[in-house]
Design a binder for this molecule. Structure first.
Ligand code: FE2
Length: 301
């Protein structure tokens, strides 16, 4: 037993955990204790402040339900989900591979099949946007018949789960690329939307004077045998929040600007985006993705 000062307590805590049989658990918890203690020392955390922190984390847990995951939302708004995904990508994505983005909570299995040139919108009405391009491997060779799932908000900023009865699907579809890996679909221009702001994470975001919005985007999941699933999204450059996504999903290479004058557009005159996707070879690693943008399955707005 020795007197414990503000540095010795860290060593004492780590020493007491030294016998942890699981080497990875030992590594993670030692680092967690080291960094948590350093954090408390840096901000000179007071007991009242720590109790406030515990109350916040308690509220985050109490907000969670089978259809809402407030801890993932917390991880998202702190940038931790993005960090973990970037590290995961660095381990498995080939250099030429398209950058990934957050899967988000609105992906659904069983989206309606759409034909080449078909529309994601059940009843098109909003401003039309055409997406086309090619799916290739890291050597630039087309990947024949890759399967693309595409989903997004409608022109009011709502996903089908928010806008319709839960069993109705809209603004999503599954398209099979042709033998040259080409795809072509029509959709409506999505608009940005707010993360759920009615819980403790929303209160934190508001206390930080952040806007809480995600910029307009289109989610895309591409699968092909022998290749790593590509979970990504395209972000519209004219959204005012494209540089300040509350959950840090945007990469520069995923920002697109629709144009009416693309020379090879299959829908001349329409606003269109050409984007060619590059899939990495599969290496057998799990998807392991912390995926969420608004991080709740049935958001409040
Ligand atoms: Fe989204």
């Amino acid at each position: 037993m020795q007197d414990i000062d503000i540095h010795q307590i860290t060593e004492e805590a780590i020493a007491q955990m030294a016998g942890t049989p699981d080497a990875r658990l030992k590594e993670i918890m030692e680092a967690a204790v080291r960094h948590l203690h350093a954090f408390a020392r840096e901000v000179r955390l007071t007991p009242d402040e720590w109790l406030q922190g515990i109350a916040f984390l308690t509220a985050v847990g109490q907000m969670c339900s089978p259809i809402r995951q407030e801890f993932i939302l917390l991880s998202d708004v702190l940038g931790l989900s993005r960090l973990v995904n970037v590290m995961h990508d660095a381990a498995g994505r080939e250099a030429a591979g398209t950058e990934t983005s957050l899967l988000g909570p609105f992906f659904r299995e069983g989206a309606p099949e759409i034909a080449m040139g078909g529309s994601l919108a059940r009843s098109p009405g909003g401003p039309e946007l055409v997406l086309y391009g090619q799916v290739r491997d890291a050597q630039g060779q087309p990947i024949p018949h890759a399967v693309m799932d595409v989903w997004q908000t409608n022109a009011e900023g709502l996903y089908d789960l928010q806008a319709h009865a839960p069993d109705e699907m809209d603004m999503r579809g599954r398209l099979r690329c042709d033998a040259e890996g080409r795809y072509f679909l029509r959709t409506e221009k999505p608009i940005g939307y707010s993360i759920p702001m009615d819980g403790p994470v929303g209160a934190l975001v508001r206390a930080q004077a952040r806007h809480g919005f995600r910029p307009a985007h289109i989610h895309i999941l591409i699968t092909a045998p022998g290749h790593r699933d590509l979970v990504t999204a395209l972000y519209l450059s004219d959204d005012p929040n494209v540089d300040s996504d509350t959950v840090f999903g945007v990469s520069k290479s995923l920002v697109v600007t629709p144009r009416r004058d693309l020379p090879d557009s299959p829908a001349p005159g329409a606003e269109a985006v050409r984007y060619d996707f590059t899939l990495s070879r599969a290496r057998g690693e799990g998807s392991g993705r912390v995926g969420a943008d608004p991080s709740t399955l049935v958001p409040s707005n």
